[in-house]
Design a binder for this molecule. Structure first.
Ligand code: ATP
Ligand code: MG
Length: 283
Protein backbone atom coordinates (compact mmCIF):
# COMPACT_ATOMS: atom_id res chain seq x y z
CA UNK A 1 0.00 0.00 0.00
CA UNK A 2 1.26 3.49 -0.85
CA UNK A 3 2.41 5.68 1.99
CA UNK A 4 2.14 9.44 1.36
CA UNK A 5 3.92 12.07 3.48
CA UNK A 6 2.09 15.38 3.82
CA UNK A 7 2.60 18.48 5.95
CA UNK A 8 1.05 17.97 9.39
CA UNK A 9 0.20 21.63 9.85
CA UNK A 10 1.15 24.81 8.09
CA UNK A 11 0.54 26.52 4.81
CA UNK A 12 0.35 23.42 2.62
CA UNK A 13 -1.81 21.31 4.90
CA UNK A 14 -5.22 22.69 4.05
CA UNK A 15 -4.78 22.63 0.25
CA UNK A 16 -3.26 19.16 0.46
CA UNK A 17 -6.22 17.82 2.46
CA UNK A 18 -8.62 19.49 0.00
CA UNK A 19 -6.81 17.89 -2.95
CA UNK A 20 -7.10 14.45 -1.34
CA UNK A 21 -10.78 15.04 -0.57
CA UNK A 22 -11.49 16.21 -4.15
CA UNK A 23 -9.75 13.05 -5.36
CA UNK A 24 -12.24 10.98 -3.37
CA UNK A 25 -9.80 10.10 -0.61
CA UNK A 26 -10.95 10.60 2.95
CA UNK A 27 -8.47 10.46 5.75
CA UNK A 28 -9.55 8.84 9.00
CA UNK A 29 -9.22 10.46 12.39
CA UNK A 30 -7.81 13.76 13.60
CA UNK A 31 -4.34 15.15 13.07
CA UNK A 32 -3.17 13.95 16.44
CA UNK A 33 -1.88 10.73 14.96
CA UNK A 34 1.33 10.48 12.96
CA UNK A 35 -0.15 7.88 10.60
CA UNK A 36 -3.73 7.74 9.32
CA UNK A 37 -5.66 5.26 7.19
CA UNK A 38 -7.69 6.42 4.20
CA UNK A 39 -10.77 5.25 2.38
CA UNK A 40 -11.35 5.72 -1.35
CA UNK A 41 -7.80 4.79 -2.30
CA UNK A 42 -5.38 2.17 -0.95
CA UNK A 43 -3.07 4.59 0.84
CA UNK A 44 -1.76 5.52 4.27
CA UNK A 45 -1.05 9.15 5.26
CA UNK A 46 2.05 10.13 7.22
CA UNK A 47 1.93 13.61 8.80
CA UNK A 48 5.35 15.27 8.91
CA UNK A 49 7.02 18.68 9.07
CA UNK A 50 7.61 19.89 5.56
CA UNK A 51 11.40 19.96 6.14
CA UNK A 52 11.36 16.20 6.69
CA UNK A 53 9.29 15.22 3.67
CA UNK A 54 12.03 15.13 0.96
CA UNK A 55 14.22 12.88 3.10
CA UNK A 56 11.31 10.64 4.12
CA UNK A 57 10.59 10.08 0.41
CA UNK A 58 14.24 9.58 -0.51
CA UNK A 59 14.78 6.95 2.17
CA UNK A 60 11.49 5.18 1.46
CA UNK A 61 9.86 5.94 4.82
CA UNK A 62 7.17 7.32 2.52
CA UNK A 63 6.72 6.31 -1.13
CA UNK A 64 5.39 9.70 -2.19
CA UNK A 65 4.99 13.15 -0.67
CA UNK A 66 3.45 16.55 -1.19
CA UNK A 67 5.87 19.39 -0.46
CA UNK A 68 7.07 22.76 -1.77
CA UNK A 69 9.66 22.77 -4.56
CA UNK A 70 11.69 25.10 -2.35
CA UNK A 71 12.12 22.34 0.26
CA UNK A 72 12.95 19.77 -2.40
CA UNK A 73 15.64 22.07 -3.85
CA UNK A 74 17.09 22.94 -0.44
CA UNK A 75 17.32 19.37 0.81
CA UNK A 76 18.85 18.25 -2.49
CA UNK A 77 17.42 14.73 -2.08
CA UNK A 78 17.44 12.17 -4.86
CA UNK A 79 13.68 12.00 -5.49
CA UNK A 80 11.52 12.32 -8.62
CA UNK A 81 8.99 15.07 -9.26
CA UNK A 82 5.72 13.47 -10.41
CA UNK A 83 3.60 16.59 -10.97
CA UNK A 84 3.10 20.20 -9.95
CA UNK A 85 -0.04 20.80 -7.96
CA UNK A 86 -0.84 24.46 -8.57
CA UNK A 87 -1.00 25.61 -4.93
CA UNK A 88 1.50 26.95 -2.37
CA UNK A 89 2.95 29.32 -4.95
CA UNK A 90 5.81 31.45 -3.71
CA UNK A 91 9.34 32.46 -4.65
CA UNK A 92 12.71 32.51 -2.95
CA UNK A 93 14.15 35.99 -3.25
CA UNK A 94 16.99 38.18 -2.09
CA UNK A 95 15.79 41.31 -0.32
CA UNK A 96 17.74 44.29 0.99
CA UNK A 97 16.82 47.21 3.27
CA UNK A 98 15.14 49.91 1.17
CA UNK A 99 17.81 52.47 2.06
CA UNK A 100 20.76 50.12 1.44
CA UNK A 101 21.79 51.73 -1.85
CA UNK A 102 21.41 48.50 -3.81
CA UNK A 103 23.10 48.76 -7.19
CA UNK A 104 22.94 45.26 -8.66
CA UNK A 105 23.96 41.74 -7.66
CA UNK A 106 27.58 42.86 -7.06
CA UNK A 107 26.21 44.65 -3.98
CA UNK A 108 26.08 41.27 -2.21
CA UNK A 109 29.87 40.82 -2.39
CA UNK A 110 31.18 40.47 1.16
CA UNK A 111 27.74 41.06 2.68
CA UNK A 112 26.10 38.96 5.37
CA UNK A 113 22.86 37.29 4.21
CA UNK A 114 20.41 35.64 6.62
CA UNK A 115 18.39 32.68 5.31
CA UNK A 116 16.75 29.35 6.10
CA UNK A 117 17.74 28.17 2.60
CA UNK A 118 21.57 28.17 2.70
CA UNK A 119 22.07 25.47 0.05
CA UNK A 120 19.98 27.16 -2.64
CA UNK A 121 21.61 30.50 -1.88
CA UNK A 122 25.15 29.08 -1.88
CA UNK A 123 24.46 27.51 -5.26
CA UNK A 124 23.11 30.81 -6.63
CA UNK A 125 26.07 32.87 -5.40
CA UNK A 126 28.47 30.27 -6.76
CA UNK A 127 26.91 30.57 -10.22
CA UNK A 128 27.05 34.37 -10.02
CA UNK A 129 30.65 34.34 -8.79
CA UNK A 130 29.70 36.30 -5.67
CA UNK A 131 31.45 35.72 -2.34
CA UNK A 132 28.99 36.50 0.43
CA UNK A 133 28.67 35.36 4.02
CA UNK A 134 25.61 33.10 4.37
CA UNK A 135 24.14 33.10 7.85
CA UNK A 136 21.66 30.30 8.47
CA UNK A 137 18.79 31.04 10.83
CA UNK A 138 15.69 28.93 11.42
CA UNK A 139 12.92 31.52 11.46
CA UNK A 140 11.97 35.23 11.48
CA UNK A 141 14.54 35.84 8.77
CA UNK A 142 12.83 39.08 7.75
CA UNK A 143 13.79 40.86 10.98
CA UNK A 144 17.51 40.00 10.74
CA UNK A 145 18.62 43.24 9.00
CA UNK A 146 16.70 45.48 11.42
CA UNK A 147 18.30 43.85 14.46
CA UNK A 148 21.79 43.98 12.95
CA UNK A 149 22.13 40.24 12.34
CA UNK A 150 22.53 40.61 8.58
CA UNK A 151 22.84 43.08 5.70
CA UNK A 152 20.19 41.36 3.59
CA UNK A 153 17.98 38.28 3.53
CA UNK A 154 17.12 35.38 1.25
CA UNK A 155 13.62 34.18 2.04
CA UNK A 156 10.19 33.02 0.83
CA UNK A 157 8.04 35.76 -0.66
CA UNK A 158 4.46 35.44 -1.81
CA UNK A 159 2.60 38.76 -1.72
CA UNK A 160 5.62 40.76 -0.58
CA UNK A 161 3.67 42.30 2.33
CA UNK A 162 6.04 40.95 4.99
CA UNK A 163 9.02 42.50 3.22
CA UNK A 164 7.36 45.90 3.04
CA UNK A 165 6.41 45.74 6.72
CA UNK A 166 10.07 45.18 7.53
CA UNK A 167 11.41 47.94 5.31
CA UNK A 168 12.85 45.49 2.79
CA UNK A 169 12.86 45.48 -0.97
CA UNK A 170 12.89 42.34 -3.13
CA UNK A 171 15.77 42.67 -5.58
CA UNK A 172 16.44 39.19 -7.04
CA UNK A 173 14.03 36.29 -7.56
CA UNK A 174 16.10 33.13 -7.41
CA UNK A 175 13.54 30.29 -7.47
CA UNK A 176 9.82 29.99 -8.21
CA UNK A 177 8.05 27.34 -6.20
CA UNK A 178 4.72 25.57 -5.80
CA UNK A 179 3.61 22.36 -4.13
CA UNK A 180 4.64 19.19 -5.97
CA UNK A 181 3.93 15.49 -5.76
CA UNK A 182 7.26 13.68 -5.41
CA UNK A 183 8.11 10.01 -5.30
CA UNK A 184 10.86 7.67 -4.23
CA UNK A 185 13.06 6.55 -7.14
CA UNK A 186 13.02 2.84 -6.34
CA UNK A 187 9.40 1.70 -6.26
CA UNK A 188 7.97 -1.60 -7.48
CA UNK A 189 5.60 -1.85 -10.45
CA UNK A 190 2.55 -2.14 -8.23
CA UNK A 191 3.27 1.12 -6.41
CA UNK A 192 4.11 2.89 -9.67
CA UNK A 193 0.75 1.81 -11.06
CA UNK A 194 -1.00 3.18 -7.96
CA UNK A 195 0.85 6.49 -8.36
CA UNK A 196 -0.35 6.69 -11.94
CA UNK A 197 -3.93 6.27 -10.78
CA UNK A 198 -3.46 8.95 -8.16
CA UNK A 199 -1.81 11.26 -10.66
CA UNK A 200 -4.75 10.79 -13.03
CA UNK A 201 -7.16 11.95 -10.32
CA UNK A 202 -4.95 14.88 -9.28
CA UNK A 203 -4.45 15.92 -12.92
CA UNK A 204 -8.16 16.24 -13.56
CA UNK A 205 -8.61 18.33 -10.41
CA UNK A 206 -5.64 20.61 -11.06
CA UNK A 207 -6.64 21.10 -14.71
CA UNK A 208 -10.23 21.95 -13.89
CA UNK A 209 -9.29 24.60 -11.31
CA UNK A 210 -10.08 28.06 -12.62
CA UNK A 211 -12.05 26.60 -15.51
CA UNK A 212 -15.74 27.37 -16.07
CA UNK A 213 -18.37 25.49 -18.02
CA UNK A 214 -20.32 28.01 -20.08
CA UNK A 215 -23.66 27.40 -21.86
CA UNK A 216 -25.44 29.90 -24.08
CA UNK A 217 -27.96 30.26 -26.87
CA UNK A 218 -26.61 31.67 -30.10
CA UNK A 219 -27.95 32.46 -33.57
CA UNK A 220 -26.92 29.48 -35.71
CA UNK A 221 -25.37 31.70 -38.36
CA UNK A 222 -22.73 32.91 -35.83
CA UNK A 223 -21.69 29.50 -34.52
CA UNK A 224 -18.55 29.26 -36.61
CA UNK A 225 -17.34 32.72 -35.62
CA UNK A 226 -18.03 31.90 -31.97
CA UNK A 227 -16.27 28.53 -32.21
CA UNK A 228 -13.15 30.27 -33.50
CA UNK A 229 -13.10 32.37 -30.30
CA UNK A 230 -13.37 29.34 -28.07
CA UNK A 231 -10.69 26.69 -27.96
CA UNK A 232 -12.48 24.17 -25.73
CA UNK A 233 -11.10 20.75 -24.92
CA UNK A 234 -11.54 19.78 -28.54
CA UNK A 235 -14.18 22.05 -29.97
CA UNK A 236 -17.36 23.53 -28.51
CA UNK A 237 -20.46 21.34 -28.31
CA UNK A 238 -23.26 22.69 -30.49
CA UNK A 239 -26.85 21.50 -30.04
CA UNK A 240 -29.81 22.59 -32.14
CA UNK A 241 -32.65 24.39 -30.33
CA UNK A 242 -36.37 23.98 -31.05
CA UNK A 243 -36.49 27.61 -32.14
CA UNK A 244 -35.55 27.87 -35.82
CA UNK A 245 -32.15 29.49 -36.48
CA UNK A 246 -30.85 29.13 -32.89
CA UNK A 247 -28.53 26.67 -31.23
CA UNK A 248 -27.05 26.01 -27.80
CA UNK A 249 -23.29 26.24 -27.37
CA UNK A 250 -21.37 24.55 -24.51
CA UNK A 251 -17.74 25.32 -23.83
CA UNK A 252 -15.00 25.29 -21.18
CA UNK A 253 -13.30 28.66 -20.60
CA UNK A 254 -10.47 29.67 -18.29
CA UNK A 255 -11.52 32.12 -15.58
CA UNK A 256 -8.88 34.64 -16.70
CA UNK A 257 -10.50 35.12 -20.07
CA UNK A 258 -14.10 34.48 -19.09
CA UNK A 259 -15.43 38.05 -19.18
CA UNK A 260 -13.58 39.04 -22.30
CA UNK A 261 -14.95 35.98 -24.14
CA UNK A 262 -18.46 36.56 -22.85
CA UNK A 263 -18.43 40.13 -24.13
CA UNK A 264 -17.40 38.95 -27.56
CA UNK A 265 -20.05 36.22 -27.54
CA UNK A 266 -22.71 38.72 -26.56
CA UNK A 267 -21.63 40.83 -29.50
CA UNK A 268 -22.35 37.76 -31.66
CA UNK A 269 -25.89 37.58 -30.24
CA UNK A 270 -25.37 35.11 -27.37
CA UNK A 271 -28.26 35.00 -24.87
CA UNK A 272 -29.14 33.11 -21.71
CA UNK A 273 -25.49 32.65 -20.78
CA UNK A 274 -24.91 30.28 -17.84
CA UNK A 275 -21.52 30.00 -16.14
CA UNK A 276 -21.02 26.86 -14.05
CA UNK A 277 -18.17 25.68 -11.85
CA UNK A 278 -16.27 22.71 -13.22
CA UNK A 279 -15.43 19.94 -10.79
CA UNK A 280 -13.24 17.62 -12.82
CA UNK A 281 -11.81 17.72 -16.29
CA UNK A 282 -10.64 14.34 -17.52
CA UNK A 283 -8.56 14.64 -20.66
P1 ATP B 1 6.64 22.94 9.16
O1 ATP B 1 6.13 23.08 10.56
O2 ATP B 1 5.92 21.85 8.43
O3 ATP B 1 8.13 22.84 9.07
P2 ATP B 1 7.01 25.58 8.02
O4 ATP B 1 6.76 26.61 9.04
O5 ATP B 1 8.41 25.22 7.66
O6 ATP B 1 6.18 24.27 8.41
P3 ATP B 1 5.05 26.82 6.25
O7 ATP B 1 5.19 28.25 6.64
O8 ATP B 1 3.85 26.08 6.68
O9 ATP B 1 6.37 25.99 6.62
O10 ATP B 1 5.17 26.77 4.66
C1 ATP B 1 5.16 25.55 3.97
C2 ATP B 1 5.44 25.82 2.51
O11 ATP B 1 4.41 26.65 1.97
C3 ATP B 1 6.70 26.57 2.18
O12 ATP B 1 7.84 25.75 2.20
C4 ATP B 1 6.39 27.06 0.77
O13 ATP B 1 6.60 26.03 -0.18
C5 ATP B 1 4.89 27.33 0.82
N1 ATP B 1 4.53 28.78 0.91
C6 ATP B 1 3.69 29.43 0.07
N2 ATP B 1 3.56 30.72 0.41
C7 ATP B 1 4.31 30.93 1.46
C8 ATP B 1 4.59 32.08 2.29
N3 ATP B 1 4.05 33.26 2.05
N4 ATP B 1 5.42 31.91 3.33
C9 ATP B 1 5.94 30.71 3.60
N5 ATP B 1 5.72 29.59 2.85
C10 ATP B 1 4.92 29.69 1.80
MG1 MG C 1 9.37 23.63 7.74
Amino acid sequence: MLQIAIQAKGRLNEDTMALLADAGISVAGGKRKLVAETTGFPMRVLYLRDDDIPQAVETGVADIGIVGMNEVAEKNCDIAEVMRLGFGSCRLSLAVPRNAGYTGSGWFEGKRIATSYPNILREYFKKQGIAADIHEIAGSVEIAPAVGMADAIFDIVSSGGTLIQNGLEEVVQVLRSEAVLVRNRHLNAEKLADIEKLQFRFRSIVDSRDMKYVLMNLPAENVETAAALLPGMRSPTVLPLAAEGWCSLHVVIHENELWEKIERLKALGAEGILVLALENMIR
